[in-house]
Design a protein around this ligand. Structure first.
Ligand code: ATP
Length: 238
């Protein structure tokens, strides 16, 4: 399996105050990597730095071997990186279809969205049934599906997902995890999955890292992390 994402010594923060300290990470193509850790551990900051929203103070990020330093966000999308932020960013006033079309904003062929739209509607039949609904008319689960669908419109290779299960009912969380597994298995999608829902994330992930105070304190295959009682007690709270 080739390595799609490699992060080396990544240090980043806000206003000169570091939050991430020399973070290393490797994610093989076509796998799901869970990023776990308590509130404030730096998980969201890691995703923001990977997607170019925050500039690293040190270290580097390689996507398929290419250094992403200084690459504009639009180019990152074209190279296959998609970020679904915490809170999801669905636009309430726009319809489901209009929200999905936003995901194609940086595609070279913006007019040729029919194919990707149909793929997303096939993955999410409930969105297809509500394509003319406004964002604010959707349930929490549907909004998360819409945010995911919008990211998939760009046909990413690497999906950065920030807490997709936040505030959702267990059944909806299970649907989302099953969908991630399906995307990995059927399309070779690579996912970096930030989650507070440790059990849910480790049930679908191939590997994982545990963060604490901006550092990676453990990295292993998912089964080993789930079975490590001391680690779970110390950092994952169960
Ligand atoms: P959560 O699950 O609560 O989102 P997290 O692991 O994603 O936690 P981050 O959101 O990355 O953690 O936050 C890490 C640290 O960075 C925290 O100490 C937080 O206070 C700080 N921080 C986050 N966003 C900002 C910001 N915009 N400006 C300054 N500091 C911030």
């Amino acid at each position: 399996m080739s390595e799609l994402l490699r992060v080396e010594g990544l240090t980043a923060g806000y206003g000169g105050v570091p939050v991430l300290h020399a973070v290393d990470l490797r994610v093989p193509e076509g796998t799901i990597c869970a990023v776990l850790g308590a509130n404030g551990a730096g998980k969201t900051t890691l995703l923001r730095t990977l997607s170019g929203l925050l500039r690293p103070a040190a270290g580097r990020v390689l996507l398929d071997g290419a250094d992403l330093r200084g690459v504009p966000v639009e180019q990152l999308v074209r190279r296959g990186l998609a970020h679904v932020p915490e809170g999801r960013g669905v636009i309430d006033e726009l319809t489901v279809e209009e929200n999905l079309r936003l995901g194609g904003l940086f595609r070279a062929d913006r007019r040729a969205l029919r194919g990707p739209l149909d793929e997303v509607y096939q993955l999410f039949p409930s969105l297809a049934a509500r394509r003319g609904y406004a964002g604010h008319q959707l349930s929490g689960g549907e909004r998360q599906m819409l945010a995911l669908g919008r990211a998939l419109i760009a046909r990413p290779r690497l999906l950065l997902l920030d807490e997709p299960s936040l505030g959702l009912a267990p059944l909806v969380v299970a649907q989302i995890m099953a969908l991630l597994r399906r995307l990995r298995d059927e399309t070779g999608l690579t996912v970096l999955l930030v989650e507070q829902n440790v059990r849910g994330a480790l049930s679908v992930a191939d590997s994982g890292v545990v963060m604490s105070q901006g550092r990676v304190v453990a990295a292993d295959v998912a089964d080993a992390l789930a079975g490590d009682d001391a680690l779970r007690h110390a950092y994952l709270g169960f």
